[in-house]
Design a protein around this ligand. Sequence first.
Ligand code: ATP
Ligand code: MG
Length: 470
Amino acid sequence: MNGAGRRALIASRRGGIIPIREQGTSENNVTNQGDIGPGSLQPVTIPRPEHAISRASISSSALKVLYRLKEAGFQSFLVGGGVRDLLLGREPKDFDVGTDATPDEVRALFRNCRLIGRRFRLAHVRYGRDVIEVATFRARHDDEDGEGSRAHSDDGRILRDNVYGSLEDDVWRRDFTVNALYYDISDFSVVDYVGGLDDLKTGTLRLIGDPEQRYREDPVRMLRAVRFAAKLGFLIHPDSEAAIHELGHLLNDIPPARLFEEIMKLFLGGCAVGTFELLRHYNLFRYLFPMTDEALSHEEQGFPITFVLRALENTDLRLAEDKPVTPAFLYAALLWEPARLRANELLEEGASPVEAMQIAGNQLSSEQTQATSLPKRFSMPMREIWNLQPRFERKRGKAPYRLLEHPRFRAAYDFLLLRAEVGEAPAELARWWTDFQTLNEAERDRMVDPAPKKRRRRPRRRRPATQTDG
Ligand code: ATP
Ligand code: MG
């Protein structure tokens, strides 16, 4: 019986079918091995009848790309999270393709193709709203990358990763073993070089290679570890975990724009609560939201932390119900505590509530962009959500009607509800606004206090011109 034939099929804990090695066959078994690298293992190939990936569960766009590459004579594999999720019986978020075709060769094959990325050049093939990411196999490389410029920074960070190689090379540059499984479209088999199938079975996230070196090459891998752990319910392998406690500070060197992208995946991927808790556990949250981390550190139990958790819970719930979520609301919630504290300081210094909120919002928003970027299209509505908060307290005259008409009213009102839920804003105020929206005009008019009568100034009597004038 060949290696593949010795494997049994079991149902994973999530309902997918994962082939595993039979107990007692120690060859290739790397479950307890912390450090694996090129040449350390023979690949294991699992033929189609022995794994659960069916073409029916791969998107038609991904299949088109896979087949077109294959028909053009290139190697063509489904890779990364798509393979991982299908083996776990989960629906993949997107599909990534690996090939030995160079980016230019990929572009020549697809009209609907764009090459992107400098640090890591790859092809995006678009079918309607579906984008398939096609990456050419990479090899590890020495510090000269052929263009005469350095591929690593002084502290080991990969600056460029564009030296092409074979599938066997490509395996080792991937982050986690469970992300390094390849589904071959030419015979529908799954190829595993790194023990990824065993780790899928035991629910283990294990970096390929030496953890410290791999985090130094790309510190964002620490955030990815947390993201996958929260999303898949996996445990980070102790070796991969230990290094995170030491190396979090390397995130300071990551460009703010890349951190913004990563934050979107961390908090808008449907598992924001678990992700937030793990980020705090590994002390990584402070590199993403330093001001929030500082503000929360004074208040471990009180409403500020409950507020963030409730906001993230809501976000997860909305995503589960296919409702839209916006980064503006997310950032407004995550930065609310430091914004609120800053506004309070300004109030004490004599600013009006509206003024204090506006100034605090501007300051917070610009200080946050030193850690992670926040595109204007999100920071503007974020500040509007904040700016409307003190305006909810004005319930007289025309003010509530004007607020109701504000384009950001709905988001700001939802924000007020959250604040009230955790006891940071008065519950009566939230109720008042809930009623105010649902009642008819006459009833509304009764709710609103009349505007204070403007005191009429008595017209000043002109002083008669004195003799000396003129
Ligand atoms: P998901 O798409 O569900 O978020 P994914 O594993 O597919 O998860 P992607 O960001 O789409 O993640 O990346 C696709 C694959 O590319 C990964 O599975 C991994 O093999 C590889 N990869 C992505 N980012 C890195 C990285 N920073 N370092 C090493 N390998 C990476
Ligand atoms: Mg993916």
